[in-house]
Design a protein around this ligand. Structure first.
Ligand code: PHE
Length: 355
């Protein structure tokens, strides 16, 4: 048998085995590679007698084309089979029912913070932030609460070091200092965030939320403060009329200082805001003390203003009928599911705060 025939027969035997792409590429290079079987036959042409040469060259070319075609066809077959196998494996059964998935809810405290921000932004307040870990100076000293001031004891502070220089902020008031130090007056900001005191019962948690308010400009007075808070309470509780009273109080960083109560009553076990003869304390406020302005290098003969600090969790409890503060922070999934809000239910003054 001629060499060519032998090559072809052996090739056909191999081709009928089960092959993958690597195998077929190997076979291809064994035939057509630099020293491949077919390539070597071509090198032989020159040494043949002239009468044999033409026929041999023509047979060789035919065989070469034949083998090449068979290989190409085989490669195509293998590739097609691979695609079919892949499609088969990755088949998606679109008739299967959807998997039940858990939809997240917005925590009532987050929702309340969004509502508060929306209400204050409407009358020109910007939102500021400060860190939970504060230094003693911003939390107390700069706020006219020097060392040994009795107000420091009342705060049940969590200190973070022996020297009592770092602490978990006991209120959001240090954001007043941070804001005034980094910019020039006027200021009109609110600062919602976490605050910490070593205290825990039905109405106190060691971590709770406040929103600070600060308005510093020329000719700001207590009347503006009352008007602002009156507007806020009405908007927040979505009522037309509100009963509100200012009680004289004391904070080292405001003078005069007041605590604000709102009137409410309980009807059929439900709290009704703005009616009745019961009072509930919801915030502390006052005119910013000249010493505080001095500490942040603001001329208190030209600029003055008011500040307030509102307990957010309490407002949320009142508005959404939650009676134990601790439930907010227990991460009980059933509770969150009941009291939480839809993520798309973003509060806005135009559409309504809560529906
Ligand atoms: N920081 C005070 C507190 O936590 C509240 C407050 C803020 C009072 C601003 C007056 C002015 O009790």
């Amino acid at each position: 048998m001629s060499d060519l025939k032998k090559i072809k027969e052996e090739f056909l035997l191999k081709l009928n085995q089960k092959l993958n792409l690597t195998d077929i590429n190997q076979i291809k290079s064994n035939l057509f590679g630099k020293n491949g079987l077919i390539s070597s036959q071509f090198k032989k042409i020159g040494s043949l007698a002239e009468n044999e040469r033409k026929k041999f060259a023509s047979d060789l070319n035919i065989t070469k084309d034949e083998l090449q075609n068979l290989i190409d066809t085989k490669i195509k077959q293998i590739q097609d089979a691979e695609i079919i196998e892949k499609l088969e494996k990755e088949k998606i059964d679109i008739t299967l029912p959807e998997r039940t998935f858990v939809r997240g809810k917005i925590h009532p405290v987050s929702q309340t913070i969004d509502e508060i921000s929306s209400i204050f932004s409407e009358i020109g307040f910007c939102v500021e932030e400060g860190p939970d870990v504060e230094n003693e100076y911003n939390n107390f000293t700069a706020l006219n609460t020097p060392d040994n001031h009795p107000a420091r004891d009342m705060h049940d502070t969590f200190y973070l070091d022996e020297k009592k220089e770092k602490l978990l902020r006991t209120h959001t008031s240090p954001v007043q200092i941070r804001t005034m130090l980094k910019d020039k007056p006027p200021f009109k900001i609110i600062a919602p965030g976490r605050t910490y005191r070593s205290d825990s019962d039905q109405t106190h948690a060691p971590m709770f939320h406040q929103v600070e308010g600060l308005y510093i400009d020329k000719n700001v007075n207590m009347g503006h403060l009352k008007g602002c808070l009156n507007y806020f309470i009405k908007e927040f509780f979505e009522v037309k009329k509100i009963k509100m009273r200012f009680r004289p109080s004391h904070f080292p960083f405001t003078e005069p200082s007041a605590e604000v109560d709102i009137g409410y009553e309980i009807k059929d076990g439900k709290i009704i805001i703005g009616e009745g003869d019961k009072w509930l304390e919801i915030l502390g406020c006052g005119m910013v003390h000249p010493n505080v302005l001095k500490n942040v290098k603001i001329d208190s003969t030209r600029f003055q203003g008011y500040a307030f600090g509102i307990g957010i969790d309490r407002l949320a409890m009142l508005k959404y009928g939650i009676n134990d503060l601790r439930a907010f922070f227990e991460c009980d999934y059933r509770w969150l599911n009941h009291f939480g809000f839809d993520p798309l239910d973003v509060p806005s003054n135009y559409r309504g705060l809560s529906r």
